[in-house]
Design a protein around this ligand. Structure first.
Ligand code: FAD
Length: 326
């Protein structure tokens, strides 16, 4: 099934070609290992009519699992429960004729492993990547890089930039086929949870852009004012690249507790009240959809380049939102 706007283009080229029209994109997470990719396709299919120029595929951190040894003892194993980011990017790209953006993490990878991943991306004609640090593992108090790995997203941006210049980690041969990755990085309208202030976080964002990031995608937010102020401050600081708002439709009661806890974001009182007034999760899902539509309409009217939706693997609410906007 074809549905995208034609490959192979950089995210920034898609934005330029749209000439001010707001684009629709979304992010998916790989299935748990052992599960079929079909469910992913079933959730992507209904969204293709809105012509996303690119689709992001997340990368999960590794985690500890406990395997029953059968003798009453448990074995602690480190594993990645949702591998396959690059394979999914390649399969979606070919199935739907759409560009894909793998999320590349510092966490859990050495620089060598990252280089191999980027080489694979290049061979596959995938020339957009999101460069992210990754969160700390559940068991860790704070983020710990793998030995020989990148520590901050900026280090990853620098590694990718060097590769674009033909500089591999161990300059072994003359490079005559350079990559040309377009690099996205994360931005936080309500500041990153570890950052002492929004201003210091913005300075870090500026460093990532100065190091070569081509665009920013924001963490989810539920109050557009936070995004508008963030963009205004970023522009004042000289960050000129596109800043793409990330939108997540709230879907269940639990989101009221977990989203602020995990992402350190505030939820507007009106939204909390509307959710509290709901009798069941179906009603909450509807509130989430309507809130996201209102947010999206205002952002679109303000001329944002892209509306990027966090689908978390489920597309029905995103489809309902997109049908009102695209
Ligand atoms: P960084 O830019 O490295 O920043 C992390 C913290 O360190 C910030 O507080 C920053 O202010 C500070 N900092 C930055 N540079 C320096 C420096 N040089 N010295 C000292 N402090 C510094 N996580 C996943 O695991 N997989 C995903 O697929 C994924 N996708 C995401 C997509 C988007 C759009 C967003 C917004 C987040 C995503 N995340 C993902 C979450 C992300 O990995 C976490 O938010 C992580 O904690 C920070 O990543 P970062 O790239 O912003 O890190």
């Amino acid at each position: 099934m074809a549905g995208g706007r034609g490959t192979i283009m950089k995210v920034t080229q898609h934005i330029e070609e749209a000439k001010g029209e707001t684009l629709f994109t979304f992010e998916i997470i790989p299935p748990q290992k052992g599960k079929s990719i079909q469910e992913l396709y079933d959730n992507i299919d209904p969204l293709m009519e809105f012509k996303p120029p690119f689709i992001d595929v997340t990368t999960s951190r590794e985690e500890f699992i406990y395997v029953d040894k059968g003798n009453g003892l448990l074995d602690k194993k480190l594993t990645r429960m949702r591998p396959g980011t690059l394979g999914i990017c390649a399969s979606i790209k070919h199935k739907y004729n759409v560009d894909t953006v793998p999320h590349v993490l510092c966490g859990g990878f050495t620089k060598e492993e990252t280089e191999y991943l980027l080489v694979d991306c290049h061979y596959l004609g995938i020339n957009n990547v999101m460069a992210l640090r990754g969160d700390a593992m559940k068991e860790e108090q704070s983020f710990v890089p793998k030995m020989g790995g990148n520590c901050h997203a900026i280090d990853l941006v620098q590694q990718i930039k060097l590769l674009n210049e033909g500089k591999y980690l161990h300059d072994v041969i003359h490079v005559d086929n350079r990559s040309d990755f377009c690099i996205g990085v994360a931005g936080y309208p309500e500041k990153h949870l570890e950052s002492p202030s929004l201003l210091s976080d913005l300075k870090r964002l500026k460093e990532k852009v100065d190091a070569g990031a081509d665009y920013v995608v924001t963490q989810m937010f539920f109050d557009n004012e936070k995004y508008f102020q963030f963009v205004a401050k970023a522009r004042e600081m000289g960050i000129t690249v596109p800043i793409i708002p990330g939108i997540k439709p709230l879907a269940v009661q639990r989101h009221l507790q977990v989203l602020p806890q995990i992402f350190r974001i505030d939820l507007p009182e009106d939204l909390i009240q509307a959710v509290d007034d709901c009798k069941d999760n179906a009603a909450i899902k509807q509130v989430g959809i309507e809130w996201a539509i209102q947010q999206s309409l205002e952002l679109k009217a303000a001329g944002v380049p892209v509306l990027h939706y966090y689908s978390m693997g489920k597309s029905e609410n995103i489809r309902q939102i997109a049908s009102q906007l695209f």
